[in-house]
Design a protein around this ligand. Structure first.
Ligand code: EPU
Length: 293
């Protein structure tokens, strides 16, 4: 465990917070010991994967941040027409997709353009156009207050951008078992093209955390924020993307508070205009208070 650790390079918004304690365990056993220590010492903890869907508070985050990057094991059981993969939570989804495409295994094409780790992607049920991990997962391994547990897919609850586990109880995802089916390279590439096309209207190369809000049932958060006139709105170094209104870009040393204040302003404007309450998709590390603009 390291005391005092900068988080700027570990979150895609590039926000400059730091945590009081940091650890990067290599195994679920090591992670479990760290969590037990936090519980017995009544210390807050946060689990960090690729940092692509999190807002880390400014200044000191008085908590242990457990970075899963070293829990990146991959074991492959090739069954001919299908393959069983046991994957550590810290495995990069980009790397996983690249491997699957190269080896003609289908099903993961929806991951094109999605950053982060398997654990983070599962925790937030990442996906595109209604496609995600639900049909590919055999089981998910977690650490619970009672110890390690393996959840069979039938026990999980898959809903749009919601953790399939009980987020308030399960402490962290440590890995998962996926089943992929053999596919034709042309089919895989066609799907990759289709999913890439869906992302053409999004800002690329900018410092963002993907979509900030979940889409409300039957509506689009991006369209609502756009219609509320928020595109281009700015707070400090943060701006609502001109390309896609559900993205906030850090265009110059934005603080977490800048980003949060801008997010809250969008939420307020959308509520005033449409009566819809937007729900955050990004996860918060620390506490945030509304400040008036
Ligand atoms: N729209 C606007 N103005 C905007 C942005 C969008 O009018 O500024 C309109 C579009 O024209 C379109 C509709 O809103 O008619 C929906 O927009 P889009 O097709 O861009 O999809 P989305 O619902 O905003 C979702 C996911 C993305 C995923 C894409 C493609 C959510 C919150 N967002 O975006 O996921 O990449 O579909 O599958 O579910 C993410 O979750 O971080 C994310 C980026």
């Amino acid at each position: 465990m390291i005391e005092g650790y900068p988080l700027r390079d570990l979150n895609t918004w590039g926000v400059d917070g730091h945590c009081s304690a940091f650890a990067a365990p290599e195994t679920a056993g090591e992670a479990s010991l760290l969590l037990e220590r936090c519980v017995s010492e009544k210390k807050d903890f946060y689990i960090l994967g690729g940092g692509s869907n999190v807002l880390v508070q400014d200044g000191l985050l008085d908590a242990l941040v457990i970075h899963t990057v070293k829990m990146d094991s991959l074991s492959i059981e090739d069954g001919g027409d299908k393959v069983r993969l046991q994957i550590g939570a810290g495995y990069s989804v980009r790397k996983l997709l690249a491997w699957a495409v190269e080896s003609d295994w289908g099903g993961l094409e929806f991951l094109v353009g999605i950053p982060g780790t398997l654990g983070g992607a599962l925790w937030g049920n990442a996906g595109a156009a209604g496609t995600g991990f639900a049909d590919l997962i055999e089981s998910i391994d977690t650490l619970e207050p009672s110890g390690p547990r393996t959840w069979k897919n039938e026990e999980l609850c898959w809903q749009y951008r919601q953790c399939p586990l009980n987020r308030k109880v399960s402490r962290m995802i440590t890995g998962a078992t996926l089943i992929l089916k053999r596919s034709q390279p042309e089919t895989i590439h066609e799907k990759l093209r289709l999913f890439s096309d869906l992302r053409k209207g999004q800002p690329h190369g900018a410092k963002t955390a993907g979509c900030v809000f979940k889409n409300p049932v039957g509506a689009s958060a991006g369209r609502l924020i756009d219609q509320a006139g928020c595109k281009g709105m700015r707070v400090g170094g943060a701006t609502v993307s001109e390309k896609h209104a559900n993205f906030i870009e850090n265009i110059g040393n934005a603080s977490a508070q800048d980003i949060y204040t801008l997010g809250e302003t969008c939420r307020e404007r959308v509520f005033e205009q449409s009566g819809t309450e937007l729900e955050y998709e990004v996860q918060f590390f620390g506490t945030f208070k509304k400040t008036r603009q």
